[in-house]
Design a binder for this molecule. Structure first.
Ligand code: CP
Ligand code: NVA
Length: 313
């Protein structure tokens, strides 16, 4: 059976990415009003099993893949690294092959990015990146879906990223090469995203603007996004140094006012009064819970895409 991994958005064509996002919109609309546990009318993954392997914590990714798979008619199995032989040193290579004998598709949350590429290399089933230290592609499909629900088509609009040049931003950079939006980035010099990803995205036509100040990035933005200052793969001992560097990048009402009736997005979990004030994240421009819900609709588009059971190929 033909299948595709979902490791990074930079692996997709523009047509595939647009079709994937349209599928997420359509799947959400098609089941409006149904109880969450009711399967979709077409239930395209009936008989399929998703294995999820976590070696870092998760609330949204875990719940949204679990529910999404069930709504598609399939089943799920979840293993946490600490409870498995992976935690005792069994290799990713062997684990990938074993999981391939029990599941039809796998979602893996590793720390290092090499963990997911190694898993995908040795698996005989499609493998989805459920977040690494480098990227978080599933999150961005949900974010773009949320953006379009609130602000209309992405083309020509500005999304501003403030704060850490982390895994979520890398996937936004990849997305900027797939969709025709402008990505304005304001990060402290020491915490810029990898220049190689910016260069590659720009070479594919991405409109990426590196800004000196958060105010410059927020100017005219339809959406202002940030994330935590210390990610799961970061050394917690750097928290104090990070807080000092990121403090000027906090998303405040003053920053939001520079946008064009901007919405506020955050992948969550969030830390109020650090990267964003409570006033903003709990205020009327915040769409964080739509964003969280859309993880489910987006995962469903990703699952069917990987299994070659959608129209997005
Ligand atoms: N946004 C996100 O991936 O959340 P979790 O870490 O809770 O899965
Ligand atoms: N950048 C964050 C995202 C959490 C969903 C982290 O990697 O911890």
């Amino acid at each position: 059976m033909a299948y595709q991994h979902f490791i990074d958005l930079s692996d997709l064509t523009q047509a595939q990415a647009r079709a994937l996002l349209d599928d997420a919109h359509q799947r959400k609309a098609a089941r409006a009003g149904l109880p969450k546990g009711t399967a979709d009318a077409d239930a395209p993954l009936t008989g399929y099993t998703l294995a999820m392997v976590f070696n870092q914590p998760s609330t949204r990714t875990r719940l949204s893949f679990d529910l999404g798979m069930r709504q598609l008619g399939g089943q799920t199995m979840i293993i946490n690294q600490t409870e498995t032989q992976l935690g005792r040193g069994e290799s990713i290579t062997d684990t990938a092959q074993v999981v391939s004998r029990f599941a039809d598709i796998a979602m893996v949350r590793t720390g290092p990015h090499e963990g997911i590429t190694e898993f995908a290399k040795h698996a005989d089933i499609p493998v989805i990146n459920g977040l690494t230290a480098f990227s978080h592609p599933c999150q961005i499909i949900a974010d773009l879906q949320t953006f379009e629900e609130h602000k209309g088509r992405l083309a020509g609009q500005r999304i501003a990223w403030l704060g850490d040049g982390n895994n979520v931003l890398v996937s936004f950079i990849h997305a900027a090469a797939l969709f025709d939006f402008e990505l304005a980035i304001a990060c402290p010099a020491e915490f810029m995203p990898p220049q190689s990803e910016i260069d590659q995205a720009r070479a594919q036509g991405a409109k990426i603007i590196l800004c000196e100040t958060p105010q410059q990035a927020a100017q005219g933005a339809a959406c202002i996004v940030t994330d935590c200052w210390v990610s799961m793969s970061d050394d917690p001992a750097t928290a104090e140094k990070r807080a000092a560097a990121f403090a000027p990048y906090q998303v405040t009402e003053e920053i939001m006012a520079l946008g064009d009736e901007a919405i506020f997005m955050h992948c969550l979990p969030a830390y109020r009064e650090s990267e964003v004030t409570a006033e903003v994240i709990d205020g009327p421009r915040s769409v964080i819970f739509d964003e969280a819900e859309n993880r489910c609709h987006a995962q469903k588009a990703i699952l069917t895409f990987c299994l070659n059971l959608s129209d997005t190929q």
